[in-house]
Design a protein around this ligand. Structure first.
Ligand SMILES: [Ca+2]
Length: 168
């Protein structure tokens, strides 16, 4: 399957994806072989079911939301270009963001685009607003899993407050 992956992705496609997403050549070829190994239908696109086989997404309370973000509205397949565009939002922000070429288009991993991406995870009905219910839904999902973590953090905040009372 590895050789199939490298023969199907043309050099000029890699160059275009590199420009569009900021991923390096080796990251792109590696992600391409991951993409083809998830592509059970072997038709060059992934379905929601293909994504659900990724264990990290299967156990993530926001997994379905993240998977949805890969699919343009009304579509149930995503090709490699679209897959990479969505993944690019997860790349770390580059430190030289401020002295970049002002004529270049905003990179997918800019702060603004990351924020927009996160916003869309909450905005289920895609009306460009986060309703009270949409916010509550996400909070409930996250608190369900992280309730112990929240308690530990809360305790640490308390300890810090007490500590600064007595030491300051
Ligand atoms: Ca909404």
């Amino acid at each position: 399957m590895g050789s199939r992956a490298s023969t199907l992705l043309r050099e000029e496609e890699i160059e275009e994806i590199k420009k569009e997403t900021g991923f390096s050549h080796s990251q792109i070829t590696r992600l391409y072989s991951r993409f083809t190994s998830l592509d059970k239908g072997e038709n060059g696109t992934l379905s929601r079911e293909d994504f659900q086989r990724i264990p990290e997404l299967a156990i993530n309370p926001l997994g379905d939301r993240i998977i949805n973000a890969f699919f343009p509205e009304g579509e149930d397949q995503v090709n490699f270009r679209g897959f990479m565009r969505t993944l690019a939002h997860f790349r770390p922000i580059e430190d030289n963001e401020k002295n970049k070429d002002p004529t270049a288009s905003e990179p997918l991993n800019s702060r603004t685009n990351k924020l927009l991406f996160a916003f869309q995870l909450y905005d289920l009905d895609r009306d460009d607003k986060i309703s009270r219910d949409e916010l509550l839904q996400v909070l409930r999902m996250m608190v369900g899993v992280n309730v112990i973590l929240f308690q530990v953090l809360w305790m640490m905040v308390g300890v810090n407050v007490i500590y600064s009372r007595f030491s300051g």
